[in-house]
Design a protein around this ligand. Structure first.
Ligand code: URA
Length: 194
C-alpha cells in the first residue's frame, strides 16, 4: 500500500513539474513502462512523440526494437523489465535533452530507481549514461565496462533509435546485453541486492 502511494506521489509530482522548459510543449510527462518490481531497469533518453501522445515509455519505433532485443534475451517489459527515461517530457523535434534538463529531471529518475530497486541498470545512450553516472561518456568507449549507481551495476550501450539509424552496430548492442546478462547472473548468484 505504501509502495503504491509512493508511486502515486511520484506521478503527481512529475505531472505538475515545471522544472525545465520541456514542460511547455509536452502533452504529458511520461514516467516509464513495464514491471515496477523488475530486476532489470533500462533507462532511455526521453519520450518521443508517440510516447508523448500515449503516456507510456518506448511505445514508438525505438520501443519496438527494444522489445525485440528484450525478447532475444528471454526478457519482456511485461515480466522482469522496467523502462524509464533520463527526462520525462518530450523534447521538441526530438532534440537531445540538455545536461541542465537531465539534471532538473534527475530527482524523478532517482526516486524511480529507489522504488524499483533493480539489480542492474542499462543506460541506453549518452543522456542516460550522463543521468546515471554523472559523467559525459562516449558510448563506444564505455561499452563492456561495469559502472556503478549507488551500488547497482550499470552497463552502457547504444540507444535503440541510434541502432535504427546505424544497424551495423546492432551486433555490438547484442554483445553489450549479453555482458549485462552475465553481470545479472553474478548479482543473482551472489545474492546481492536481495
Ligand atoms: N526513446 C527513448 O529514449 N525513450 C522512449 O520512451 C522512447 C523513445
Amino acid at each position: 500500500l505504501f509502495r503504491s502511494l509512493d508511486w502515486e506521489l511520484l506521478e503527481a509530482d512529475m505531472a505538475a513539474c515545471r522544472a525545465c522548459v520541456l514542460c511547455e510543449r509536452r502533452n504529458q510527462a511520461v514516467l516509464g513502462a513495464g514491471n515496477p518490481r523488475a530486476d532489470w531497469m533500462f533507462v532511455g533518453e526521453g519520450p518521443g512523440s508517440e510516447e508523448d501522445k500515449r503516456g507510456e515509455a518506448f511505445v514508438g519505433p525505438a520501443g519496438g526494437l527494444l522489445d525485440n532485443m528484450l525478447t532475444a534475451l528471454a526478457l519482456s517489459r511485461h515480466d522482469n523489465v522496467y523502462l524509464a527515461n533520463a527526462v520525462k517530457c518530450h523534447a521538441p523535434h526530438n532534440r537531445t535533452p540538455e545536461a541542465a534538463e537531465i539534471g532538473a529531471c534527475l530527482p524523478y529518475l532517482e526516486r524511480q530507481i529507489a522504488l524499483v530497486k533493480p539489480k542492474l541498470l542499462v543506460a541506453l545512450g549518452r543522456p542516460a549514461a550522463l543521468a546515471l553516472l554523472n559523467t559525459d561518456v562516449n558510448i563506444g568507449a564505455a561499452r563492456g565496462r561495469r559502472f556503478d549507481y549507488k551500488g547497482i551495476a550499470v552497463v552502457v550501450t547504444y540507444h535503440p533509435a541510434y541502432l535504427l539509424r546505424n544497424p551495423q552496430d546492432k551486433g555490438k548492442a547484442w554483445a553489450d546485453l549479453c555482458f549485462a546478462r552475465r553481470l545479472m547472473a553474478e548479482q543473482t548468484s551472489s545474492g546481492a541486492g536481495t
